[in-house]
Design a protein around this ligand. Structure first.
Ligand SMILES: C[S@@+](CC[C@H](N)C(=O)[O-])C[C@H]1O[C@@H](n2cnc3c(N)ncnc32)[C@H](O)[C@@H]1O
Length: 304
């Protein structure tokens, strides 16, 4: 595998919003090739500690080569965050980072079919331990289930038309076959983005159960952060950003009883304070340097 350096998106903002301090202890839940992790380690020196998690064993190997010894790297799903931190005696922590989605390496070098720009088998699994591949979904789901998946996870307006053509043309084994088919299905709606963008996004989210894993992991962060510790999340599309925004809004509110209740029965008190009232986006200069970051949005909160 050729090493592809992943330029960390919003690199300076991440260390700033995490409020990285010398000697601090941090969890990077999406290690990738270790770009953000390296910045965190530099800023937390001397004495900083880092636990890095990634579902992809290739990412762990890339990061191991890029990071100094002494860091704890774990090949696992961040949905297991609490248990991973406990096993490694890594709590409480001063900051937790999620930089969601996939890395440049996965997109262009992994040969796992994440991108329609390279012909590859339709796999899309972050981890080889996962059973379901994108090819399994495309070749076995019913037309209505495919249409629902494309609509739900890709917000694809032509979901039914694409699902119908998939069912008619299968088996479909490669990214090029699928991308050409989608182009044909939506021929009348060619816009700014490649017509297969939404279909590929939907399949990737479904294969990796990305939204369920994200919600599960977010719920575990509060119990791991020390008072004053920071949670920073970078997402790349609205489906990813929505659960983050909702989680932060809920945890920064007091009572969660339905409106109209005179007496609170939920007993909920805020656990987080919102640091970013509005999402933080990369500057034009950063986007010019690193186009991958153009849709990034960062949200941050502090444990209270
Ligand atoms: C955008 S990249 C992170 C890049 C990293 N911040 C850097 O600077 O190199 C996202 C990473 O998160 C990993 N990932 C996505 N979902 C995951 C999950 N549920 N559990 C663990 N890792 C996950 C992917 O495998 C990928 O390597």
């Amino acid at each position: 595998m050729v090493a592809v350096v992943h330029t960390p998106v919003l690199g300076e903002e991440v260390v700033q919003y995490l409020r990285v301090i010398p000697g601090g202890r941090y969890i990077d839940c999406t290690l990738g090739s270790g770009g953000h992790a390296l910045s965190i380690l530099r800023r937390s020196s001397p004495g900083g500690q880092l636990l890095g998690i990634d579902a992809d064993p290739e990412a762990i190997e890339l990061a191991r080569a890029a990071l100094p010894g002494g860091v704890t790297l774990v090949n696992a799903n961040f949905a297991q965050l609490e248990i991973i931190a406990s096993i490694h005696d890594f709590k409480p922590v001063d900051g937790i980072l999620f930089d969601l989605g996939l890395s440049s390496m996965q997109l262009s070098e992994s040969g796992r079919g994440f991108s329609f720009s390279h012909d590859a088998p339709l796999d899309m699994r972050f981890s080889p331990d996962q059973k379901l591949t994108a090819a399994d979904i495309v070749n076995t789901y019913s037309e209505s289930d495919l249409a629902r998946l494309l609509f739900q996870y890709g917000e694809e307006p032509s979901s039914r038309r694409i699902a119908r053509l998939i069912v008619r043309r299968r088996p479909i084994q490669t990214t090029q076959q699928l991308a050409n088919l989608v182009r044909e299905a939506v021929a009348r709606r060619l816009g700014r983005i490649h017509p297969a963008t939404r279909t590929f996004q939907a399949l990737r989210i479904a294969v990796n159960q990305e939204l369920d894993n994200l919600s599960a992991a977010l719920r575990q962060t509060v119990g791991l952060l020390r008072t004053g510790g920071r949670l920073v999340v970078i997402s790349y599309h609205s489906l990813e950003d929505r659960p983050v925004k909702q989680f932060l809004a809920q945890e920064s509110r007091g009572c969660l009883c339905p409106p109209g209740r005179v007496v609170c029965v939920c007993g909920h008190s805020p656990t987080l304070k919102l640091i970013t009232k509005k999402v933080v986006r990369p500057s034009e200069a950063e986007i010019a340097r690193n186009p991958r970051g153009r849709s990034a949005r960062l949200r941050a909160a502090e444990r209270i």
